[in-house]
Ligand binder design. Sequence first.
Ligand code: SF4
Ligand code: SF4
Length: 455
Amino acid sequence: MLLFSSVIITGTGIVLSFLSIWMIYTFLRERVLRAVLWSVALFFIPGIMIFLFAGSLPSSFSTGMVFLIFIVTFFVILPPQVKKVPVDKAPGESLDERDIMFSRRLLRPGMPEFEDYYSRHPEKKEPDDIFRGKPGLLSPDAKLFDPFTFFAAGALFDTVETLAGDVEGGVADQKVTVNPVGMSRLLKSWAKKMGAVSSGITGLQHYHFYHTGGRSYNYGEKIVPGHKYAFAFTVEMEEGMIATGPLGPSVMESATQYLEAGKIAVVLARYIRKLGYSARAHIDGHYLVVCPLVARDAGLGEIGRMGLLMTPRLGPRVRIGVVTTDMPLQPDQYKEDRTITDFCIRCMKCADNCPVKAISSRHPKPVRGITRWQINQEACYTYWTVTGTDCGRCVAVCPYSHSDNLFHRLVRLGIRKSWLVNRLALPLDNLFYGRKPIPRQVPEWLNPDTDRITK
Ligand code: SF4
Ligand code: SF4
């Protein structure tokens, strides 16, 4: 018995020691000193102590420890008990694109659209006048202005705009016959080759489309749902850049991935049109569909507390691209992942870290007929116009946003499959990264104070 206990305790000590070394390595690579120190304190020392003293412990103590190890193992294997979060999947009505901040920010006094919008929504005029009085997104007068990242983001957004002329186009006269299953596989593999991290297909529903356009090129135009299928994909925003949010590198990374998603979508839409089928790319500033809803129904994730798509692999640290088409495709089966929304109920880290408290700390509630989380978009966007960046502090602190390495993949898998990991992930995340982590340092190559850039 003593030998058995000694083997179990020593084995556990070895596992804990290796785990701690692996964690230290992971956190060093992420440059999070706090997490490195906690991994040393929490695991390395007990691991070594167990390893060294397993043979000399009193037998009653050894038996107790073995019992504890078996209990812990049981809770690791036990599947998580996940509550169903009352979030409606299908909005009863389509959204009006004119209501979103990206449309309202384009309205200027004197424009017919300005008069039209605020005569129908006088209650929005006052909050909107507040952000119109601020310096603005990427403005040189903004609080966090730095020329290197702001102008880079500007160049990237300008380049996205050059793709706008290609979102739609003529369709080849000759239709190539396609097998929906094979074609779906081809699109996914090609999107992956071009940089997408996940992709899926859904049949389009009325609520996927805005009912009325809100941008300068289609303000007030009725949007007629024209296509039967949507191919949705995500591209990754680099963790080290996003972790700097709300500083300049985060908006630069955001713009970089809007461009990547836009390029992939435009190429795929052009390709489908050459095959003889109608297709439209939905890219930044030129959406006819609500991308997070389309991506969720294509099986790419769930809508979390921030109102963003939460993917199982990268959380909200993604940009979404969509191509709608009438080419026959094989829709993916949407399987609800309740562990994500259940985690959001307990976590609230994004809400606690939002500098303007734009994210609700409460349960989802009915908004225009559907139950969901909704952020205060006026407060959020006004903050962007003060800082000059798209902030992204909420995305940066989300426990699902950590680097896509083996360690964090195992944690995310554990949240889905293991009771103990599901329960410990949040407190340990708070301990290792801090409940209110400070923005990560600007990467060396982007630091405007270094000689490399300024001289
Ligand atoms: S920070 Fe927490 S509450 Fe917010 S989206 Fe991420 S998991 Fe959900
Ligand atoms: S982007 Fe910033 S201001 Fe907007 S909700 Fe997230 S943390 Fe809040």
